[in-house]
Design a protein around this ligand. Structure first.
Ligand code: ATP
Ligand code: MG
Length: 463
């Protein structure tokens, strides 16, 4: 990655720092909170004479009294030694090798050997460190990590937390801080800006002043990162449960405008009315959080990525083409669908490496929403619209849109229709495969507005 080279000098191994060792009676983590399989790995490492530590997000979340998503382990054992110790394992990673240990039901736990640099701190995609340089001390490993709150080690034998970077003090005070010199660490890996914002939003923490300044100054460096990495990081934030808070931070820092460049001007405008696109966007993220929380509560599918992408694009489509405030006949809608698709292809389609089907489904929803808005009568929607294959999904989209537009929560039920993606036509049952009662009452014939099979029209849009 080119941007890595602009930094003045490669990071050199730093002298060992002294750590704050926090005994078990002074912190909230106890071994019984740790995943059984992670404990098994830590004990096996100790029995074989290696050091083993719980690291990263696992320690952070346990310290905060939350349930960690995963438990990562660091050790002074080398990948080859780990493979021998854990026969059900695999080595992954090209530049830094990690060992994945396999457990029942497809569960894996990653073990990394302590190291002095993160893969993003190397000087280019091809650089591989000499073996004697690859591995590092505990203090070097702490300093190659992104945030101070993600740089703590928990050691199982004595039950102590080892803190080289002031991570526990930052957790106690609710502060997110990029370790070391923030500008330099961001230059090495701009995605660290997104990670800082994520953890601030998720935990309701404050971003430390120097880190915040470095993020605001360097937000445009995000565009130097691989598009797929940006997309995956953004999707994590979208489904994280704190998307609303995330959006405020991302908009204020310039991160959002670099992910969605067509919102750059919109976000700058100062007007603060209810219908200002920035406020509408904020309410869209609020609705996404509410719907995701309800789906988790009810143990049903959350809406797919194209659905949430389309929702985020609504204010842009309205500001640019007045799609929802102005009525258009179907011919004009076909043209507009093509323009929107072209614009998405040229911008976020490339910047976030969005797959073709996601781009198409997004445009379909945006266009169909205008049909729903302009055809709604006192008794709901007309029959012809109800017969469309896209009716249920667009109705749900309309509910999300309405809640975001008005700022008034609508019925929980209206936000939580479980609508997993329809199987491709080839996978749909033939009449012979249908159960007898289904044969008697076959599903209503749907007329898709967009169909790959339909000849003529743009995207096969039926006139
Ligand atoms: P989550 O709860 O989302 O899993 P996490 O902090 O565990 O949060 P991971 O992506 O699982 O996030 O990363 C594990 C650890 O690896 C982090 O806690 C951090 O110490 C380190 N890390 C991850 N990404 C980077 C990065 N870009 N630069 C430096 N360290 C990183
Ligand atoms: Mg993690």
């Amino acid at each position: 990655m080119d941007f890595l080279k602009e930094d003045d000098a490669p990071e050199v191994p730093t002298p060992a720092l002294s750590a704050r060792i926090i005994p078990p009676e002074e912190h909230p983590i106890t071994p019984d909170q740790i995943d059984r399989d992670a404990l098994f790995i830590l004990r096996k490492l100790a029995d074989a004479g290696f050091a083993g530590y719980l690291v990263g997000g696992g320690v952070r979340d346990l310290y905060l009294g939350k349930t960690p998503k995963d438990f990562d382990i660091s050790t002074d054992a080398r990948p080859g030694q780990l493979r021998k110790l854990f026969p059900h394992s695999n080595t992954i990673g090209r530049r830094f090798r990690l060992v994945q240990v396999f457990f029942k039901a497809g569960k894996t736990i990653e073990i990394s050997t302590l190291r002095s640099l993160s893969e993003y701190d190397l000087d280019g995609p091809e650089e591989v460190l000499a073996p004697n340089n690859t591995f590092g001390t505990l203090s070097e490993d702490a300093r190659r990590r992104d945030l101070t709150i993600n740089s703590l080690f928990y050691e199982i034998e004595k039950g102590t937390i080892i803190d080289y970077v002031g991570g526990t003090a930052d957790l106690d005070r609710g502060i997110v801080r990029i370790g070391g010199e923030p500008g330099r660490r961001i230059g090495r890996d701009p995605v660290r800006m997104m990670r800082a914002i994520r953890h601030a939003a998720r935990n309701n923490f404050t971003i430390e002043a120097e880190t915040w300044k470095a993020i605001c100054t360097n937000s445009d460096k995000l565009r130097l990162c691989p598009p797929s990495r940006l997309r995956d990081e953004f999707l994590k934030d979208l489904y994280d449960g704190a998307a609303h808070h995330w959006f405020r931070l991302a908009a204020d820092s310039g991160i959002f405008a670099n992910l969605f460049p067509f919102y750059r001007k919109t976000l700058l405008k100062s007007a603060d009315t209810l219908n200002h696109p920035r406020e509408l966007l904020a309410r869209i993220f609020q609705t996404i959080d509410r719907a995701n929380a309800l789906a988790v509560q009810q143990n049903i599918h959350r809406q797919p990525d194209f659905f949430l992408f389309a929702l985020i694009l609504v204010p842009w489509v309205e500001a640019r083409w007045q799609l929802y405030s102005e009525f258009r006949k179907s011919g004009a809608l076909f043209q507009l669908a093509k323009q929107i698709r072209d614009e998405i292809d040229r911008t976020i389609g490339v910047d976030l490496n969005l797959r073709r089907s996601l781009r198409q489904e997004t445009v379909n929803l945006l266009i169909n929403l205008s049909l729903f808005i302009h055809n709604k009568g006192a008794n709901g929607w007309p029959k012809w619209l109800k017969r469309k294959s896209y009716f249920r999904r667009t109705e749900l989209f309309y509910h999300f849109y309405t809640e975001a537009l008005t700022g008034e929560p609508i019925d929980d039920e209206a936000l939580t229709t479980d609508s997993p993606p329809r199987p491709p036509e080839a996978l749909q049952p033939t009449p012979a495969q249908l159960a007898p009662q289904e044969k008697k009452h076959p599903p209503p014939k749907c007329k898709p507005a967009f169909s790959a099979k339909t000849k003529g029209g743009i995207f096969g849009f039926k006139k």
